[in-house]
Ligand binder design. Structure first.
Ligand SMILES: Cc1ncc(COP(=O)(O)O)c(C=O)c1O
Length: 379
């Protein structure tokens, strides 16, 4: 990916790490079978699966049985939300921010529209942060679930998860966080022990796409809206993708080994990009604040430039960025995240640059030069 393009879309997906590729290769070379089979090839697969689960759990500092492998990050969110709400008929109250990923937002909105829950979306401030006192004010005795994303995929803001967990400590509501963008990117990321459920996705840290993880605290009852079966503690039926699990473990180990240094380097690149855009492109508006954000993410709009059009022009020059989130790029809709910042007029014009381990200062230079050229043409 990074050899062919100036790839600046790491929040959409990140290139497969060498360690992950090697792990997949050696897994298949062992001739492993189906992990549910009783014979030797089955046992070999089971051993690899258990090993991957153990390694990920130890990297996250949690018990091995907390790790539930799912089909992707979106499915981990679905399992967390519907598994918590279950077939309840008392229309429980649910709190979420108004900038959640579509896999949370659309699901909760459709549950609300179907009359199964009472959803309250809490607004973030103009910089994209939720304030803990909003949770305090909104909590009710029948609040069954609170879901707040750790890191926003479009603008990169990091929410005060530990503070929210502290507020919820004396309340029976289940606390879920979508931490898909945080793990492997944020130095010192540690899941607060008071968080009940957290979602992750392996391709964001250099594993294979198509593998998510739901972390659930032991003892936390969870139903399964997914097909029944004995795999994954009865929460997700179907033969496990063991190769993806071993790849995820190897990639996570590599990502965490370099996250401290990388987050500093990427934070500097982000601010280099911000400074260059501010001086060289009149009419630029930044949607990503300077602090408490993902190191490599910068989201901005340029007066008069539609995001989808700028993206296409940069693409023609071999530069890959994103407009809104990857999920909405194929049918560009105004970004609900930019709208939530009170910037409705810019919601169709935002560009997201998300950098990762292959990103270099020269890429930032080239991006700014191309943007200047394209914007000159436009004007
Ligand atoms: C914040 C967030 N949550 C969930 C997801 C979904 O993850 P996946 O692509 O594995 O379904 C994404 C993917 O972009 C994300 O950014």
């Amino acid at each position: 990916l990074t050899d062919q393009y100036i790839y600046l879309d790491y929040n959409a997906t990140s290139p497969l790490r060498r360690e992950a590729r090697d792990a997949v290769w050696s897994y298949f070379e062992t001739g492993a079978g189906n992990p549910s089979s009783a014979h030797a090839p089955g046992r070999a697969a089971r051993k690899a699966l258990v090993g991957a689960r153990r390694e990920i759990a130890s990297l996250l500092g949690v018990e091995r049985d907390s790790i539930v492998f799912t089909g992707n990050g979106s499915e981990a969110n679905l399992l967390a939300l519907l598994g918590t709400l279950g077939p309840r008929t008392d229309r429980p109250h649910v709190l979420a921010t108004n900038i959640e990923h579509p896999s949370v937002r659309d699901l909760l909105r459709s549950e609300h529209a179907a009359g199964r829950i009472r959803l309250e979306e809490l607004p973030v401030d103009r910089s994209g942060f939720l304030h803990t006192d909003q949770i305090v004010r909104a909590l009710r005795p029948d609040t069954a679930l609170v879901t707040v994303m750790t890191a926003n995929n479009e603008i990169g803001t990091l929410q005060p998860i530990a503070e929210i967990a502290a507020v919820l400590a004396d309340h029976p509501a289940v606390f879920h966080t979508d931490a898909v963008q945080a793990l492997g990117k944020v130095a010192g990321f540690e899941l607060d022990p008071r968080v009940d459920l957290a979602s992750f996705s392996a391709h964001k840290w250099g594993g294979l796409p198509g593998l998510g993880i739901l972390l659930r605290r032991p003892g936390r009852a969870l139903g399964s809206p997914l097909s029944a079966g004995r795999q994954e503690f009865g929460l997700r039926g179907g033969t496990e993708d063991v190769a993806a699990c071993v790849a995820a473990a190897a990639a996570l180990c590599a990502a965490l080994a370099e996250v401290d240094a990388e987050s500093v380097r990427l934070g500097e690149l982000r601010e280099q990009l911000r400074a260059m855009l501010a001086t060289r492109l009149p009419g630029v508006h930044f949607h990503t604040p300077e602090m408490h954000v993902l190191p490599g993410t910068l989201n901005f709009s340029i007066d008069g430039g539609r995001g989808a059009w700028l993206l296409a022009r940069l693409d023609a020059e071999g530069i890959a960025v994103s407009h809104g989130s990857a999920c909405s790029t194929l049918a560009p809709l105004p970004s609900h995240v930019i709208e939530a910042l009170g910037e409705e007029r810019l919601a169709a014009s935002s560009l997201r640059v998300s950098m990762g381990r292959g990103s270099r200062s020269e890429h930032v230079d080239k991006l700014v030069t191309e943007l200047q050229r394209v914007v000159r043409e436009l004007r």
